[in-house]
Design a protein around this ligand. Structure first.
Ligand SMILES: Cc1ncc(COP(=O)(O)O)c(C=O)c1O
Length: 395
């Protein structure tokens, strides 16, 4: 009955996420999926959440069940200001805004900043959900060059010298999809470039709490608080189903984000914000994070060990210190799409890396592997099968 004529012009820019389509295929019974980007269900503190519900209702029932302000539930903003100070993001509670996941922030950001044809700088590759959030508003993407250590500051300098861009979007720590982390020195350089060109940088940081080894690094926000909109989330440190995220950054941008959010959902679930608030206030996050880290670290190590053993020597991959993903690069010219179909036929799934590029046509020889969802033994078995398929493909 209806046809595309009913759609707004921006709606035609929307596309189903290739990854969500892949996740549908690979959720068949018997499939070992290394494709998703989800926390392990064992990482959810279900019993604790029962206690948090009780405490949240005892302490905050009148507010937690009521409409709230778009900026967010004040006790959570207060707790976040304390927590974030420890990570290097300095903000007062008033300067912390709550969002419906980081994804909610990305959508509002597209809405308030991007007109068709505006230039947005992203890493190459980047988080597909950001591309999806920005797509309806019709940006032109400029890809930032990346090397083994992540985004290259000189490439950013060159882009910003040559063109006027709306904003730069980056995932500096345990990048999705590559797992790479930008060094402190590069963070300082990037912050200086952003300040020099008076440009907005969106620092998306869902993974920095999932650090399995090495020392924590300061956020880019620390070096350019007036130019960086920092966003984080409880999705990987508590539960993604709660849909609670947050942002800190320039007041001018945050005020417009609030207006955009008002039109979407008025505010993030006050009840879930109260749970997140009690999670922090009771010291539970501090207790839970080491458990999550201890669950994921052996899974990462199991995957890296198995790759060393079973993957062809012509393949290279990242060795992340945290996060959820390993990025694999095959020899130039190899196409991992047929390999994906073969792997699915043998009940192992990954995401072909080509889906993570803002400008299509790149990354045919790459793949993203997730190591957080399956146990060590299952991971090793899956990598053995995948290694065998890659060996056969290389002849
Ligand atoms: C880089 C990045 N940004 C944002 C998100 C969205 O997170 P949230 O669940 O907070 O919306 C994800 C989720 O995987 C992600 O990897």
């Amino acid at each position: 009955m209806f046809s595309e004529e009913i759609l707004a012009s921006r709606t035609r820019n929307m596309g189903a996420s290739a990854i969500r389509e892949i996740l549908k295929v690979v959720s068949q019974p018997g499939m070992i999926s290394l494709a998703g980007g989800m926390p392990a269900p064992e990482a959810f503190p279900a019993d604790l959440i029962v206690d948090l519900v009780r405490t949240a209702l005892d302490k905050h029932a009148s507010k937690a069940l009521q409409y709230g302000t778009t900026e967010g539930f004040m006790p959570l903003r207060e707790e976040l200001a304390k927590y974030l100070a420890g990570t290097g993001v300095v903000a007062t509670p008033d300067e912390v805004n709550i969002t419906s996941g980081s994804q909610g922030l990305l959508d509002s950001l597209g809405k308030i900043l991007i007109s068709p044809g505006d230039k947005v700088v992203v890493e190459s590759p980047t988080y597909l959900g950001a591309i999806q959030a920005f797509a309806p508003y019709g940006p032109d993407y400029i890809e930032l060059e990346t090397d083994s250590q992540g985004a290259v500051p000189e490439s950013l300098e060159k882009i910003l010298t040559q063109q006027r861009v709306k904003f730069v979007y980056m995932i500096p720590t345990f990048h999705n999809p590559t797992g790479k982390t930008i060094s402190t020195q590069r963070r300082e350089k990037i912050a200086a470039i952003i300040r020099k060109h008076d440009t907005l940088l969106v620092e998306d940081d869902p993974y920095s709490a999932l650090r399995y080894r090495g020392a924590a690094l300061p956020p880019v926000h620390k070096f350019a608080p007036e130019h960086v909109l920092y966003t984080g989330t409880f999705s990987k440190t508590l539960a993604p189903g709660l849909r609670v995220g947050y942002c800190v950054g320039p007041e001018f941008i945050r005020n417009w984000l609030v207006l955009a959010k008002q039109g979407v959902d008025l505010h993030t679930s006050t009840f879930n914000q109260a749970l997140a608030s009690e999670y922090l206030a009771g010291g539970h996050m501090q207790a839970q994070l080491p458990k999550i880290v201890e669950l994921y670290r052996p899974r990462l190590d199991a995957m890296l060990d198995a790759m060393e053993k079973y993957f062809p020597k012509v393949f290279n991959w990242t060795k992340p210190e945290g996060g959820m993903f390993i990025w694999v690069e095959g020899p130039p010219g190899m196409d991992l799409d047929p390999i994906y179909h073969q792997a699915v036929a043998e009940k192992v799934a990954f995401v072909p890396g080509k889906h993570f590029f803002a400008v299509a046509g790149k990354g045919k020889e790459t793949m993203r592997l997730n190591y957080t969802v399956k146990d060590e033994k299952t991971i090793q078995g899956a990598i053995r099968i995948l290694g065998g398929i890659l060996d056969r493909a290389l002849g």
